[in-house]
Design a protein. Sequence first.
Length: 116
Amino acid sequence: MTTPDPDCIFCKIVAGQIPSKKVHEDDDVLVFHDIHPWAPVHVLVIPKQHIATLADTGSEHDALLGKMLSLAPRLMKQLGVSNGFRTVVNTGPDGGQEVYHLHMHVFGGPRPWARG
Ligand code: AMP
Ligand code: ZN
């Protein structure tokens, strides 16, 4: 579950095989702009390790998940978002997940938004 998946688009972004507009990178987490933004600011926070969905996490991922969530306010501030933001994790088919590498959407900026 944690080895890179050769068919996973986000693993390819982590590996630098597909370009992305990065806003943050550390040992555990990568953050980049969504290619089809729903809001003036729309970034994706992903773990560098391949975890397919939030439903595949356990208590061993507590620190990673905490880090992903706590990055959101800091990055929104850095990106000039000052009036609130929305965080979303789509999980599995009924959750509307399209890319099966865990990711948290963070949306911000003045409304109206294209979606959400
Ligand atoms: P979800 O429906 O939660 O799985 O969302 C997947 C998100 O990944 C969508 O908002 C896509 O626009 C975004 N996405 C897919 N491919 C890329 C890419 N190469 N670079 C940036 N964002 C992407
Ligand atoms: Zn992956």
